[in-house]
Write a protein that binds this ligand. Structure first.
Ligand code: GTP
Ligand code: SPV
Ligand code: MN
Length: 592
């Protein structure tokens, strides 16, 4: 049964059905009965494996094709009328040419299959921040993931009414042919088309395609922001909560930071950390002139490897019910899941992520793919913020940028101003990870962690950041920081313990926001005095000298960095905001 009478939706569905020719069309209402039926069907066809109901109730395992395990950035296109609108950091194709290519791939591809129609809301239904989308898909795996990651159902269509303001998403699994895989965004048309993939960020169209690529464009036009940022609240012993938004590139620690467990000393004093979101923030100015953020998602699509009861118990507990695991190992003795870094007991009898037998005692390859993931409902998270559903969002005190840099970037530093903060975000660089297909561990520029997700010219995006700042009263504007948990010694060991101990750095950040602690001015910004980072309880692990070494700003390394920045900026030609050009000149003269 159709869940709406909205003409723009019904006509679009008919048009797409005429193209892809499904055997039947099924509207997804998000009900428990329907989800159970789809789960049963996916199990009967082998698309999903039902896991141990006692240990992992309502949990399932899915394996994608080995050629389809991560986002594909070189096949992700921003289809604006001109190439300049997409900018030098995006892959571009002229829209009419791209539609034709995609329609040729999609044509008749649903024959013998069902078209599932998913009406979903990004953000709490009816919130002023929220936006609505429809995803058409021929994959039950996509339907079940979207039912965790977004709010799905008839109430979404009721909230939309007969408005035409919704995002069109067409996903065609086709035969998962890597040579014909395309993930295409048409920002001017509010449209996304994804073909020949069945993996996460490529096909859960509400996530990266809509909530970042399309939404960043919408935000530019409408005066708000869509960012690749977690949102967390730090509650102090007096019960006051300060909210921080942090942007780190894919697989660089957002989920881990968003759910962190305070070190014992902080717990004893009464500190708590609350998770509002682990991946995406939608940000706009509130009536009081401050910036507010919501998490538009309803689930976590988190990296499995390395998640354990020590590194991130909140994430692990979140996966204990109603979760879909993708490309992890299947422990066939217990009918549960396993991944590298879960515990020290790898299963003797398992099936690896590729579907092959795997035995811990003789294994030579990894059991789980490095980018294997869990799709877990946010409600499962023990530290979920009480503000998660707040339609007005939470007020932001600080923006934090960060990445993986073995050298160079200090543990933490603060910008000298809003525009200097935008500059710091714009020059972010990080070692690549398994979250995208391609080489791992190569340093690349990833401004604001948005390189793969900005739906328009990055130079316009930077100017948008600058323009937003200009509308804010400096006393109410969030402060900017940069962090680096990943500094290494010459033997390749991490110098900072990270995870829960990162609260020690957030503590300094909040103190800076409140003007409670002094800092040392350097060429790049304000750096903590080592004595102001609380090392209580980890003095054996991190000596004050180690801390000093990772707070160091090495002018020679930074001088070399500025030439990399200059080279990167040159790609934007005249579009590079004057403000950033000046910021770079200031940095160079500070270093001279
Ligand atoms: P996406 O979901 O891809 O956007 O990633 P994310 O930013 O949420 O990354 P996540 O928190 O899942 O972290 C990915 C990897 O970073 C895991 O392998 C973690 O073990 C590692 N990691 C996270 N936080 C820290 C930290 O503080 N220190 C160190 N050394 N590693 C960390
Ligand atoms: C990322 O790669 O940043 C993710 C996972 O959060 S995906 O949804 O696949 O993009
Ligand atoms: Mn992400």
């Amino acid at each position: 049964m159709e869940l709406t009478e909205n003409k723009s939706i019904l006509e679009w569905i008919k048009e797409k059905a005429d193209l892809v020719k499904p055997d039947k069309i099924l509207w997804i209402d998000g009900s428990k009965e329907q989800i159970d039926e789809l789960r049963a069907e996916a199990v009967s066809t082998g698309e999903m494996i039902k896991l141990n109901e006692e240990l992992l109730p309502d949990c399932y395992l899915h394996r994608t094709k080995p050629n389809d395990v991560a986002r594909v950035e070189d096949r992700t296109l921003i289809c604006t009328p001109t190439e300049e609108e997409a900018g030098p950091t995006n892959h571009w194709m002229e829209p009419s040419k791209c539609y034709e290519m995609l329609y040729n791939i999609a044509r008749d591809s649903y024959k013998g299959r069902t078209m599932y129609v998913i009406p979903y809301s990004m953000g709490p239904v009816g919130s002023p921040f929220s936006k609505i989308g429809i995803e058409l898909t021929d994959s039950i795996y996509v339907v079940l993931n979207m039912c965790i990651m977004t709010r799905v159902g008839k109430n979404v269509m009721d909230a939309l009414g007969d408005s035409n303001d919704w995002v069109r998403g067409l996903h065609c699994k086709c035969n998962v042919d890597a040579e014909n895989r395309w993930i295409c965004q048409f920002p001017q048309d509010n449209t996304i088309i994804s073909v020949n993939s069945a993996y996460g960020g490529n096909v859960l169209l509400g996530k990266k395609c809509f909530a970042l690529r399309i939404a960043s464009y919408q935000g530019w036009k409408e005066g708000w922001q869509a960012e690749h940022m977690l949102i967390l609240g730090v509650e102090n012993p007096q019960g006051e909560v300060k909210y921080i938004c942090a942007a780190f590139p894919s697989a660089c620690g957002k989920t881990n930071l968003a759910m962190l467990i305070p070190p014992e000393g902080y717990q004893k004093k009464g500190y708590k950390v609350w998770c509002v979101g682990d991946d995406i923030s939608w940000i706009r100015k509130g009536e009081d002139g401050r910036l507010y953020a919501i998490n538009p998602e309803n689930g976590f699509f988190g990296v499995a490897p390395g998640t354990n009861m020590k590194s991130n118990p909140n994430a692990l507990i979140s996966t204990k019910k109603g979760t879909i695991f993708t490309n992890v190992a299947h422990n066939t003795d217990t009918n549960t899941v396993w991944w590298e870094g879960l515990d020290k007991n790898p299963p003797e009898n398992a099936i690896d992520w590729k579907g092959n037998e795997w035995h811990a005692s003789t294994a030579t390859e990894k059991a789980a793919h490095p980018n294997s993931r869990f799709t877990a409902p946010t409600v499962n998270c023990p530290c979920l913020s009480s503000e998660f559903e707040n339609p007005q969002g939470v007020p932001i005190s600080a923006f934090v940028f960060g990445g993986r840099r073995a050298k160079l970037a200090p543990l933490v530093y603060q910008s000298k101003s809003w525009n200097n903060g935008v500059f710091i975000g714009s020059i972010m660089a990080s070692e690549t990870t398994a979250a995208a297909a391609g080489a791992v561990g190569v340093v690349r520029r990833d401004p604001m962690a948005m390189l793969p997700f900005c739906g328009y010219n990055m130079a316009d995006y930077w100017q948008h950041w600058i323009d937003i700042g200009a509308t804010l009263d400096p006393d109410k504007a969030p402060k900017f920081f940069n962090v680096n948990w990943f500094r290494k010694d010459d033997d390749g060991n991490f110098l900072w313990p990270g995870f829960g101990d990162n609260l020690r750095v957030l503590d300094w950040i909040i103190n800076r926001c409140e003007g409670k602690v002094d800092a040392k001015e350097t060429a790049i910004g304000y750096v903590p005095y080592a004595e102001d980072i609380n090392l209580e309880g980890i003095e054996d692990e991190v000596s004050i000298d180690t801390l000093k070494s990772i707070l160091e700003v090495d002018p020679e390394l930074w001088k070399a960095e500025t030439s990399g920045i200059e080279e990167f900026y040159a790609k934007f030609g005249d579009k590079l905001p004057e403000t950033l050009k000046n910021e770079l000149e200031t940095l160079k003269s500070n270093l001279a």
